[in-house]
Design a protein around this ligand. Structure first.
Ligand code: ASP
Length: 342
């Protein structure tokens, strides 16, 4: 069955009725692999208040989502590697203070910025991750270096930093490099009831049919004692397998770890033969919920079908794909359940 993009909002509304759950979802799917490439991005999920309805505040987020999609699409359109597109998009997000990754990361209970990131390629299940790093400018690049230059999957803390430095990656001496005026205020008075969740992610189906997933985050506000979230845990917050899907998650990481969300989705797709919409909505709305597993995910399958469900009030997200037959590029982004389609 083919779902036309122009009916996306109506379809989303129907899906919300059908799944019998409170939440939001965008998905588009067909069994024909008729897209040349697909890129999806997210900039975190959570309770957004009225942000999406405030044109002034939301404009900066829409611009950032659009820029991220364009950065990735430029690489994919030239036949570039999906992994390079994911890295470029996440590097962009890590440098953008609007999002909880790199500059703009949330703070730990001790007042530090401790970052996690992961990347995985579906063609050979190769994966790399770093956790709890404080001085690596672009954690996604360190994750990529772990994937390509070591026999390991995850490095943490000081060891990850020593490795990144030995690989010539850009380091920052001062951990407050990742601060913004807003987060510096938290550093000074972090006991105040204020929080920032988020995470950024990108999943891609490239022209060669390869799936890649990447995720980067500052973690959960006031996280304790070297806490590591779902993002760098392969199978929890990040997963890619060319036989099924590429997935990047955002939300309350402990629940995403317990439910192995990213792998779980791929397994439902591969073994239960569920489509991407059914599999992802089952996990986000039925296994997780707003109270126990607040958050969402972005996922694309090997045919270019995709889903972006979330069980909270918003998720910064966007999609872009190129149709094979017509060469038409379709793009959309949103914060709450409404998608702005271009
Ligand atoms: N999933 C991230 C973590 O638990 C946080 C987030 O996405 O908001 O570290």
């Amino acid at each position: 069955m083919k779902t036309k993009l122009s009916t996306l909002s109506a379809v989303s509304a129907l899906m919300m009725l059908n799944c019998g759950c409170s939440g939001n979802s965008n998905s588009i799917g067909t069994n024909d692999p008729e897209r040349e490439y697909v890129i999806l991005v997210h900039g975190g999920a959570g309770e957004m208040g009225g942000l999406a309805k405030d044109p002034e505040k939301s404009a900066a987020y829409y611009t950032a989502l659009d820029s991220a999609l364009v950065i990735g699409a430029e690489i994919l359109d030239k036949g570039g590697n999906g992994t390079d597109a994911v890295r470029a998009v996440i590097r962009y997000f890590e440098g953008n203070p609007l999002f909880n990754a790199g500059v703009g990361a949330t703070i730990s209970a001790e007042g530090y910025f401790e970052l996690d990131a992961a990347i995985m390629e579906g063609k050979d299940l190769s994966a790399g991750a770093v956790a709890g790093v404080r001085h690596i400018k672009n954690p996604i690049e360190a994750a990529y270096a772990v994937k390509t230059k070591t026999a390991h999957v995850m490095l943490s803390g000081e060891g990850a930093e020593r490795f990144a430095e030995s690989e010539g990656l850009e380091m920052v001496d001062d951990n407050t490099y990742f601060a913004t005026p807003k987060t510096m205020k938290w550093v000074d008075e972090f006991k105040k009831a204020s929080k920032k969740n988020g995470t950024v992610g990108c999943v891609v189906l490239d022209k060669n049919g390869n799936l890649t997933a990447g995720t980067s985050t500052g973690g959960m506000f006031k996280k304790r004692w070297g806490r590591i979230g779902d993002c760098p845990v392969i199978g929890a917050g990040t997963y890619a397998d060319n036989e099924s899907c590429a997935v990047s998650c955002t939300g309350h990481g402990e629940y995403f770890i317990r439910h192995s969300v990213a792998f779980n989705l791929c397994a439902r797709y591969k073994f239960l033969k569920e489509d991407i919409k059914t599999a992802s909505e089952h996990i986000i709305f039925n296994e997780l919920n707003r109270e126990a597993g607040n958050g969402g995910l972005i996922a694309v399958d090997k045919y270019g079908n995709f889903a972006m469900p979330f069980n909270c009030s918003g998720m910064y997200r966007g999609y872009l794909y190129k149709e094979k037959a017509t060469g038409t590029v379709k793009k959309g982004y949103g914060i709450d359940s409404t998608m702005i389609e271009k």
